[in-house]
Every structure is written in C-alpha cells, then in structure tokens.
Design a protein around this ligand. Structure first.
Ligand code: KIV
Length: 272
C-alpha cells in the first residue's frame, strides 16, 4: 500500500494502524491485513526499556525499521522520526527522513508537532517524502504540555489543535495522528480535514485507529493508558511457558526422544 491509497480510504472505510518493531510481529500485523505499520519511537519504552521516547536515536530506529520492512508485503510502513533527528537537529531533518525511505525502505515518515514543525515538515514534503503529522499529546515534548495529559480540553487549546491540523494538511501531509484528544474535538478535526485522521486515545470519530502493539497484546506491563484495549494478555501466558521449560529441563523431561538425534549402533561401536 502507498500513502495515496491511505488517502483514498477517507470516508470509504476505517483505517487500521499498529506499531511493530521487529520481523516476526511485523509479519503477523501484515498478514492480519492492517493498513499501516508504524515503527514508532515507542520502541524506546516497550522494546528497549528506556523511560522516554527522546532517548531513542536514528541508528536504533533505522535498525528496527529495516527488520519491519523485510517482513511486510502489503502494509504502508511509516518510520517515526526520533527526537534528535528533527527537533534537536532541524537542519538534518530532510537527510534523516530520507534515510527511512532509502535505507530502511519505509513508505513515509511521521513527525510530532513542535515549534518548528511547519518549517521542518514543509522541507521534508518538498523533498518528495510522504509525511504523517502527529498532534495532541506529543510524547517527545510532553514536559512542555504539562505531562502525559489529554490535550485540547478547553476551547482555546482545541482551536490551536484545529489550526495545527489544517496547517499540516495545507503543507501536504497525507494523514495526521491525533493523540489523547477529546472525542468530540477529534471528530471536528476529522470533519474539517480532507486527509485521514488516525486516533490514539481520540475516540471513535477519527478516520482510523492506531495502538502500540505491545499494549494490545499485553506484553508491556509497566503502565497501561486508559485508551488501550488489551485484546490478549500474553505476558502471563509467556511466563507460564517459560516456567514450564525451566521445570522440564531441571527435571530432565526436556528434551525428549522426539527432540533428539540418533546415531546407528554400528557407528557408535567404532568409537569403542
Ligand atoms: O511511537 C508511537 O508508538 C507513536 C504512536 C503512539 C502513535 O507515535
């Protein structure tokens, strides 16, 4: 799928998006028919055990994006630009965005809103790279937003979000993530835009939805935001399997004959 096909889905059907960071999960997400796969900088939290998405850099993002695109046959893979790649170094942003496309074979990049967002996004789009915007709660700059809180809760803040969304659309973004925004405001933004909105904690009125895959699968136990639905709780199931393995090894129940290889008796005798 390319970004134009995502654009064309607006007002036709809901769009699905999930994160993935490695080959096996990306292959499953793709086989499930999910439209877009985000190699999110949430990699920092759910895979690398870091306490902030700002701590992940280009080398880690490209490394994981490559693993994802190796697995994906259908979905549009979106590379999430890490904090250092465009907020700390705005002058490097086009070069870094291009690395997601040329080296990691992604089909688009995503950038979070920040003071110089329009300038940087404009440059990347001018360079021919499809961009997904991201407004509302932007984790890379959450400290400037008063922490990890719902955004756009009063009329003035909601107006700012609407203006940001329209400005990103005017620049040529092909879609926008709305994170932690009241459902009615997300609905208003969705109505005003010609490009699809993808919600996370933004209610049912968006054009599509995205979740962090480790949250959906119950693989991330440190915290669970209100907007997450765990479709399965894998952590206790995995733990049970690992404890069983430990028990069977220590009790010499594994490996069994069916997991072992044999040698003919006559060959063995030659070793006597
Ligand atoms: O990094 C990420 O996983 C994201 C999603 C929450 C949209 O940006």
């Amino acid at each position: 799928m390319d970004y134009k096909e995502i654009l064309a889905l607006k007002n036709k059907r809901k769009i699905t998006m999930l994160t993935a960071y490695d080959y096996p999960l990306a292959a499953l997400v793709d086989r499930a028919g999910i439209d877009m796969i985000l190699v999110g900088d949430s990699l920092a939290n759910v895979v690398l055990g870091l306490d902030s998405t700002t701590k992940v850099g280009m080398s880690e993002m490209i490394h994981h994006a490559k693993a994802v695109t190796r697995a994906v046959k259908e979905a549009l893979v979106v590379g999430d630009m890490p904090y250092e790649s465009y907020q700390v170094n705005p002058e490097e942003s086009v070069k870094n965005a291009r690395r997601f496309i040329d080296e990691a074979k992604c089909g688009a990049v995503k950038l979070e809103w920040f003071e110089r967002c329009l300038e940087v996004t404009g440059q990347i789009i001018k360079a021919g790279i499809p961009v997904m915007g991201h407004i509302g709660l932007t984790p890379q700059t959450a400290d400037k937003l008063g922490g990890f809180k719902v955004q756009g809760k009063d009329a003035e803040a909601a107006k700012r979000l609407i203006e940001q969304a329209l400005a990103l659309e005017n620049l040529g973004c092909f879609s926008i993530v709305l994170e932690c925004v009241p459902d009615k405001i997300a609905g208003m933004i969705t109505q005003k835009l010609k490009i699809p909105t993808i919600g996370i904690g933004a209610g049912i009125n968006c054009d599509g939805q995205v979740l962090v895959i480790h949250d959906l699968l119950g693989l991330f136990e440190r915290f669970t935001p209100k907007f997450v639905k765990k479709y399965i709780n894998l952590s206790p199931m995995i733990l049970q399997a690992l404890e069983e393995y430990r028990k069977e090894v220590t009790e010499m129940k594994f490996p069994g004959k069916e997991h072992s290889f044999t040698i003919k008796e006559e060959e063995l005798k030659k070793l006597d």
